[in-house]
Design a protein around this ligand. Sequence first.
Ligand code: GLY
Ligand code: MN
Ligand code: MN
Length: 470
Amino acid sequence: MAKGRKNGLYEGVSEELSSLMRTGWAETEQHDLEPAEQSPYAAARRAALSARFPGERLVIPSGNLKTRSNDDTYPFRPYTGYVHLTGDQARDGALVLEPRADGGHDAYCYQLPRDSRDNDEFWLGATAELWMGRRRTLREAEVVLGLPCRDVRAAADDLAAAPGVPTRIVRGHDPRLEAAVTTDEDRDDALEEALSDLRLVKDAWEIGEMRKAVDSTVRGFTDCVADLSTAVATSERWIEGTFFRRARLEGNALGYGSICAAGDHATIMHWTSNDGPVRPGELLLLDAGVETHSLYTADVTRTLPISGTFTEVQRAVYDAVYEAQEAGIAAVKPGAAYRDFHEASQRHLAGRLVEWGFIEGPAERAYELGLQRRFTMAGTGHMLGLDVHDCAHARNEEYVDGVLEPGMLLTVEPGLYFQPDDLTVPQEWRGIGVRIEDDLLVTEDGNENLSAGLPRSSDEVEEWMARHAG
Ligand code: GLY
Ligand code: MN
Ligand code: MN
């Protein structure tokens, strides 16, 4: 809980209590710390950033706690660009790249260090360690991060004291640091773009973390299938809770709010209320991802027949989406345009929708006009990593208009969504939503489906459910 509470029971602090609190504490400096595993990788990422901005100071804040009410705060999630460049997750910090005369940069990190026990801050202050937990000393942070560290309480003064250095800051994360520097909004936006560009290709350590995220997610999906009979007796919330338990047990949390969408909720792209019934005979669309302790997330969807077997119409929709995903996955390879997998999936779905008579053909004309989008709704995928929609600020020419390279990691997630009130499709198709989403690593000669541990075809899904469903 953050300080700032009203209606406390005690009005003041006696001198005697104050001095009682300041005494009798053990020295707890940690002398056996090791550099974090990712610190050499973070150093290489900083070097790549440095090369793009010679002669300029770059300030990348980690962000501050957000108040929920009174002295309660939302869970803290550090700014993704800061995590990528430091491996750190501390709040109220900032990475600074200070320009050198030779065009390179010296990096250092501002941190909120431990509270002194020589005053009352440690138990009465706004960020009191006694309430919020022990922080690292600056020396401890230096060892773990492999970076010189400074006290963030001096940062605003330090930065304001050198106004002549051309500076960029990532905006929107730390108003106090933003107020201390004079920057230009467009140039700041270009820094944020560069940080997104830098994350497009994952390094070996990141790929290892992504494997962990996906493997935990596969186990979370299996938990949900094993718990399906309890979900039928309760609601979608049971599935949400089951997946969440796996995410907290094996990782940090969820990479995004789980979509546990049974029946016609599956046609709502961002259904996260998860408070509806789970009825045999209907489909369950489960879109969920475990976020690792290092904050990398998976993003996987499976659409399951709640009774264990698809009806004829459900299977027709499912198989069309599966074939569209196969076409999309085949288009994920180095040198392919980023748009290729999207276009391959969408073309296939446009063809099926024309065959079914739901949109006017011929199929190529329907595709060119985008008519399939009434039923496919979203793009077919996105980059994945520290953010579920990773690299969102990257330049178009690097991302949506770019070319796939080994080390890129993306989702392929075609879907068909027939709204419950859509009069252009037969009654028995209304309220069916199907998405199949996998996490693909671009390799030297094609791709690797990291989420291949879950079944994808309709037959495999039924067989898997028969083995695991509780
Ligand atoms: N779960 C969000 C998405 O699939 O993009
Ligand atoms: Mn996705
Ligand atoms: Mn998803």
